[in-house]
Design a protein around this ligand. Structure first.
Ligand SMILES: [Zn+2]
Ligand SMILES: [Zn+2]
Length: 264
């Protein structure tokens, strides 16, 4: 079984999407795709009230977990920090996830305005002003949100993407982000889709933050493609066995013990 630990170490793709949200593959197709790439699969669909193609309610979250429990696959979910649904998930459902991801798809500015990462509209602030708000949101997220992984930590609004990540993420901002993640016990994802710069990943690793691999795949070409992420992790000295694996390292909120020993 690919989700189980066996003699041979295989990497885990902790972040991939199916037709439960905006992915193109069914759960069966995602599992086959990952197996073909010698990767252990997760399903981590969008669970957010405002998205069109997503799990959008508590009842739909229950149905999603009911369905995933029929498969040999890790059960994740990608929750948006700025959305309210994650706050409404009852603990009996929270504990059925093997791992949960949190995403900064929307950032609150000090004036209450919300800036979406995928919108062409950008507020009347400088890149530096935006980045200060981004890091403040990240710190707040790390203190408050019960997740195991910060998905694509360097995802930024479309308008800022032409600017090099190393400039937007000053070393001081990287330090603040790493400090917040380390204090919370939240892993730093190396995303194949929104690729982080090496300095930030190295700083996270050296700051005691666990590293997680994620394809953020939505198609057959993308799901379980974590070669970039795995080779960057190895380059900076992360041992394979230390890469985030929900079955090995547990979850802050999820399922990682026999049903009989679970509380509640
Ligand atoms: Zn995302
Ligand atoms: Zn995603």
């Amino acid at each position: 079984m690919t989700t189980q630990q066996s003699g041979v170490w295989l990497p885990v793709d902790c972040h991939a999407h199916t037709t439960f949200s905006d992915g193109q593959l069914t759960v069966d197709e995602l599992i086959d795709c990952a197996r073909g790439r010698d990767v252990r699969p997760s399903v981590s669909d969008h669970i957010s009230s405002y998205m069109d193609n997503a799990v959008t309610t508590v009842d739909e979250t229950r149905a999603y977990l009911d369905a995933l429990e029929q498969y040999d696959v890790l059960r994740g979910g990608e929750f948006c920090w700025h959305d309210s649904l994650w706050r409404e998930i009852p603990s009996d459902l929270a504990s059925r996830f093997t791992h949960r991801l949190g995403s900064l798809h929307g950032i609150w500015l000090p004036n209450g305005e919300l800036v979406y990462a995928f919108s062409r509209r950008f507020p009347n602030v400088t890149p530096d002003e935006y980045m200060e708000a981004h890091v403040a949101n990240l710190e707040h997220f790390a203190r408050e949100m019960p997740v195991d992984v910060l998905a694509h930590p360097t995802l930024l609004p479309l308008s800022l993407r032409p600017i090099p990540l190393e400039e937007l993420w000053t070393e001081e901002r990287e330090e603040r982000a790493v400090g917040a993640l380390a204090a919370a016990g939240i892993a730093f994802e190396i995303s194949n889709r929104y690729r982080p710069h090496e300095r930030f990943v190295r700083r996270a690793f050296e700051g005691g933050v666990r590293i997680s691999l994620g394809s953020d795949g939505h198609t057959e070409a993308q799901v379980a493609d974590i070669e970039f992420a795995l080779s960057l992790a190895r380059d900076i000295g992360v041992a394979d066995q230390e890469l985030y694996d929900p079955l090995r390292h547990g979850s802050r909120t999820g399922y990682f013990m026999p049903r009989s020993k679970r509380v509640g």
